[in-house]
Design a protein around this ligand. Sequence first.
Ligand code: R5P
Length: 297
Amino acid sequence: MSSPDSPSYGGVYGFPECAEGARRLAGALGLPCHIAETHRFPDGESLVRLPERLDRVVVYRPFLRPNDTLVELMLAASVLRREGAREICLVAPYLAYMRQDSVFQPGEPVSQAVIGACLAQHFDRFVAVEPHLHRTGDLAPVFPGRTALALSGAGPIAGRLAADGLAPTSVILGPDEEAGPLAEGVAGRLGLARVVARKTRRGDRDVTVELPADADLAGRDAVIVDDVISTGATVFACADAARARGARSVRVACVHALHTPETAQRLAAADLPILSCDGVPHPSNAIPLAGLIASAL
Ligand code: R5P
């Protein structure tokens, strides 16, 4: 699978909170997997330890606790580089800090550019799944001078939904414009109808979702697909809108399940079953990403 432009890696380095994901990716690549040791000092500082020397290495880590992850990744890359690594590829199945790609309010940074430039100093290649890119479809400009690939979660989600079985009248529902390409990708693979709603966000948990006037959901099964579930506000509002239009059932498939156990309980109480991809470890994980990422590498 390697080409002059695609190095053969000697191993995968994971971190304790995503060790299973790192092992699954290493297994799919047929590579050894090493797990970095991390330590948190009482004052909050991080320390990492990566004892294996590797020439070409994949570092696997979703951006859970994004600020700590960022610092620990920079520290980890410094060790690998000092020990002679020539090629370090960061696989961040969930890549944070991508949303703020513009100055929305006076005084704000363009976080995407700041974090991208910082990571580009430490890593040679980047692979992410459904990074939270809202206005740009491409990850490459985020990491100046580096190679970067944004993978779609549509294939794995469609594969899982197909395996579960869907009525041919089912509708794939994107809760907002940004979810349009994902909804399109899932619906296209399954030969199903797709509806994309319009979302108005007034605050972190204050969201309204409006379906197009001609969306026909009466008596049909709706599957909401989205890149991220965080507070759950988007999914709750979208499910309410679908039910108000007579949807027979509503369920959710997301790429990155970032929601808390409390939100998971509320979703369950609202009869909203969730399936998520396994890049972010979560009890709702049911959709493997290792194959997708391994083929991209
Ligand atoms: C929004 O822009 C994203 O695509 C998701 O819809 C959003 O992050 C979900 O967040 P929450 O669950 O807090 O509504």
